[in-house]
Design a protein around this ligand. Structure first.
Ligand SMILES: [Zn+2]
Length: 73
């Protein structure tokens, strides 16, 4: 689902530029291109507590945390 390595960009929730983000949602439009929503780790952890969070969110957060440890040292 995600390639290895840091995933820098802008958080879809707080709009801050961060080095590591977790995939928190797949946007399905039915027709036309969908999209993926990425959030910084604090936002992803908050989102994981909501009923909107997909069941795989724990895995993408863990992946982003592992990347942060591996690449930021
Ligand atoms: Zn954020």
């Amino acid at each position: 689902m995600q390639s290895e390595g840091p995933n820098p960009g802008t958080c879809c929730r707080c709009d801050l530029p961060v080095r590591h983000r977790a995939l928190i949602a797949i946007i399905e439009t039915g027709s036309g291109p969908g999209g993926s929503a990425y959030a910084c780790l604090p936002c992803a952890r908050d989102y994981a507590k909501t009923s909107l969070a997909p069941e795989w969110i724990g895995e993408t957060i863990a992946h982003a945390e592992a990347m942060r440890i591996a690449f930021d040292e």
